[in-house]
Design a protein around this ligand. Sequence first.
Ligand code: GRF
Length: 217
Amino acid sequence: MSGLGGRGARALRLAVLASGRGSNFEAICRAIDAGLLDARVVVLISDRADAAALDKARARGIAARFLDPAAFSSREDYERALADCCEQAGADLVVLAGFMRLLGKTFLSRFPLRTVNIHPALLPSFPGLHAQRQAIEYGVRFSGCTVHFVDEGVDTGPIIAQAVVPVYPEDDEDSLAARILEQEHRLYPHALQLIAAGRVEVEGRRVKVRGEKGDEE
Ligand code: GRF
């Protein structure tokens, strides 16, 4: 179980973690504004002072926090501070949106099956950095993006949703990344809404989405 159903009429409270430009964060905010996602971003946290995502949050009046990894003596201390910040904001779910750090047990034990990520490839293909470049170099005809729960591996957690895009012979890393990003902006809010609606259940490494085609109920 994801344990995120049963909030009554209360919107799902999201803590978004981002290291860069924050276009997925923006897409999530737009989906909320449009009434397509029953959630609220309670805090945006970045590990980079110069992340555009911080400015985007401030412009929307959302609490924006820069947590400097250099100010902590160990990875565990940093993760504890991140988890404290999410908890203090009252987050139900932690949403990684271009957050360029791996999270370990110290953080994940505080938000078990309550941390999600988006990856710009069809996992389990091309995990880790430069997923779009890996796809081009491998020569696949299709790639895409994956929303998954975060576990202690690198992009290995249970898969919630995926979207597919074609890869054309003339594509380079940038053109493929742009095609995938368009799908990311649609897929991430959609996957978050499935969670917000309490439709997502985790059984081992398989995610069951209630009401999805093929579901018995
Ligand atoms: C996206 O491609 C996402 O899949 C990856 O990092 C990138 C973040 O982009 N995890 P943005 O900061 O949301 O624009």
